[in-house]
Structure formats: structure tokens, C-alpha cells
Design a protein around this ligand. Sequence first.
Ligand code: FES
Ligand SMILES: [Fe+2]
Length: 488
Amino acid sequence: MTTTNDEQQITIGARRSPGPSVQDLHRADTGPVPRALLDESYVPQGQADVPKARYTSPAFAALENEFMWTSTWQLACLADEIRQPGDHVVYDVADQSLLVTRLRDGSIRAFHNACLHRGTKLRTEDGRVASFRCPFHGWRWDLDGTLAEIPGGWDFPHITCDATRSCLPEAQVAEWQGFVFVNMDPTAAPFEEVAAKLIDHFSDSFDYANRYCTFHAVKEVPANWKVCMEAFSEGYHVIATHPQIVEFAGDDNSEYSIWPDSKYVTRFVNGFGIQSPHLAEIPQQQILDAYLAFSSKAAQRVGSATNAPVPEGKTARQVAAEVFRAGMGARYGTDLSAYSDTEILDAHLYHLFPAFAPWAGIGQPLVYRWRPGATPDTCFMDVYRMAPVPDGQERPAPAECQRLTLEQEWHEAAGMGQLADVFAQDMSNFPRVQAGLKSTGKRGVTFGDYQEARLRLIHRNIDECILAGLAASGRSHAEAQPYLVPEG
Ligand code: FES
Ligand SMILES: [Fe+2]
């Protein structure tokens, strides 16, 4: 397929899978579908192959580390993790580290996590302190980043405790719906501007502010961070990687939104309780039976009925919504009767560039985060499960983070539930992808016009950061040139 004439250009991304669209499902919903989910959009992103060295090259990873991870808004922690003054989280990304901490006045600040004496990393673990004391010679900073003590200060007449230059350098901080974001670039556009679409969509539809973390695990993963992130950003892989769900997942009928005014926020919606268009038509009862059997092991749905009839005139999707609305409501101790079918059933995964992905709705209360590893061949992926705070109860404390090594399996994270099976399937592809990307047969990866358009946009955003960073530091674009996403 080429893009050599105007007619083909116009049709890029216009084709859709047979079967009901996500908007068709919304029209048949038994409840009021949130405004945000009716806001659907697509912007063609082109068709040219994307250089695969972007996933494997240490030189490109170094450009990402220097210019992209240092200039973008990233999830650093949950506000619940730093409730008390002195509580702090160490946010490590690429070769950078920030101390994200709660001050005595209740505000949250993020400091570069390096001693201003001779550079020692001040904290290596999360915790609570009265001040930040360097383990090497004992220089000490107050929670607000001001220098509080220099042992043997007589030898440092050139350093004063209240001098601006003695304060720990800061990163920008933004708090949104219980998530704490940081950006190391003091000139970066505000979070509220970059994430405007996310903020708008979640403002009256999806309530993360009233959720708390019931599960958090982070695992080192054998793939480039983009390989991993991309595997969780499309439903195209379901038929080959997760064939056990095709009886009740409208994989190829998923909706992928790119909005013309919001290049940093995109969305992927996969409808459930309908069959895959890959299958010949199957009975509604079979769809429901398969869905309930599969979901009985899902952590948020344990306690829901495991079988139910599909009465005449109803669909498997409608009955599944009723079953889960009741079951999850009882499990969470909250009334879910106002939630639409799509919020109960479907997977709505938003993505804020570069690496924050919250699920909307209530049926999949997950949040993902990705960070690069020590080499281009590994990365870190965080999974949070965010359940509603039970009606009338105090906010519970967030779950402790479970850390899994490269060798460990997701199954080893207590409370991961059935999600671990699905993740194991996704992850089983990664070493093969990473190896295949290094073989020389073809220089680029090929993306679909529609289902994988968001991936191409994310790559373009990375390029934008790198080119801006090179220009700002007076370096030539030439060093990025071999890796750039081609136009068209
Ligand atoms: S390096 Fe931190 S006090 Fe010396
Ligand atoms: Fe998957």
C-alpha cells in the first residue's frame, strides 16, 4: 500500500473492522454514557515504516534519556504515598532521580535527589524523614530543600545555608486526582495544558480522586519501554496473544482516538461482552458464559455471579453489565447503579505522553506506568489497581509496592489475580520482539493505519522532544536523523 496520491491519503485510517463500533455499543447502553466517551476522534498519522533502531539503539536511548525523560510530565507517585510531612518517594527515571516529598505546610515538592556537596544520591528508598541528610559527609537539607547543616562548616565559608544556590534544585510538580506528576524541565508547559484532554474527560466522568490503591507492583521487563507500552496500547494483538478472550471481546472493533487539539493525550477503548469479529457468529449465551467464566477470577469481579441466563430480548453485554454492576458494587462496598454498561464492562485506556496510562470506567480500575531500563532492552512497568473508597469509610492506606525482578513472573505479585495470566501472555512476546528488532532483514516496523496510529504519534512526540533538546543545547539534528519517524 502506498500513499502516492491524494485519494489514498484521504482514506488512510478510514477503514474499520466489521461488527459494532464502540459508539454503536454506547447507543445501545442501558445507562447514561459519560460525555467523555462520546468524544471520539481520529487524525491520520501516516504510513511510512518507523526505524526499528528506536527500540534497540543505545544512542537513541541516550537521546531519549537526555531530552525526553527530562522534559515531559510523568507520574512520580500517588499523593496517598506521601500523606505526612517528610514522607517521600524516590522517583528514578533513566539516569535521573527526584525526591518527591510532602512539606509541613501540606504542599508537595520534587527535588533533584543528589547532594550539592559531591553529588551523592540523598535517598535510595521511599520513607519518612525529618530532613534529608547525605550519608557521605552529612550535609542536611530541610523538607523544603533549603540547606540546614554543613558539618565542619568552618571549611565552607563560601557556602551559606540560606543561599538560593544551596537549595536542592526543584522539578515542576502537579497533582491531579490523587496522582503526583513531575517534570524536570522548568520551562515545560504546565501539566494542566499538556493534559487538558485528560483533565476535561475525567472532570465529571471518572472519579480517581475517590479511589485508593489496592495493588501496586513494578516489574523489570525484557523489552524496550516502547515495545512494552505499545503492547498495552492496542487490541490488535488479542487474536494471536490472548485467544482465550475472543468469545467476549470486540478486539478489532476497538476505538482509537487521536484529537487534533491534543497530541499528548490519546485513548483506546475495547468493548467487552460482544464477540470478536474474527469469529463466525456465536450465540449470546455462549458469549456471556465465556465472559463470566473468565471474569470469575478477576480481582475486582470476584463475588460476581458466575453464570446467568440471557433472556429473550437481551444481549450478553446487558446481562454481563447487570451481573458485574451488582457483584463489583458489593465487593467495593459502593453503589454502582449509576454506572453505564460501558463503564462497568469496557476497557478505556487513556495515554498521557510519554508513559502514564489510566483506565477510565470502573470495570478495569488500573493505571500503568513505564520507564526505561539500564539498556534499551529492558524497562520497568508499574501496575496500580485503584478501587473506589467504600461508601462512608475513611480513605484506606495505599497498598505497598511489590518489586519484581527481570527473572520473576507477574504471578509472584500477591493480589495480581488473573491479570497475571494475561500479562504473562503479553510478556512472552517481548524477548522475541526485542530479538527480532535487531535482525537486519527490514529496517523499520510497520504500523496499521488506524489501530496503531497512536503509537506513531507517540514516536513523533518523542522526536519533537529530542529535536527541541538538541536545538536548545546547540547540537546538530544530525545525530538524531537516522532514528527519526519519517514524514508520511
Ligand atoms: S557528598 Fe553529600 S555530604 Fe559530601
Ligand atoms: Fe495484551
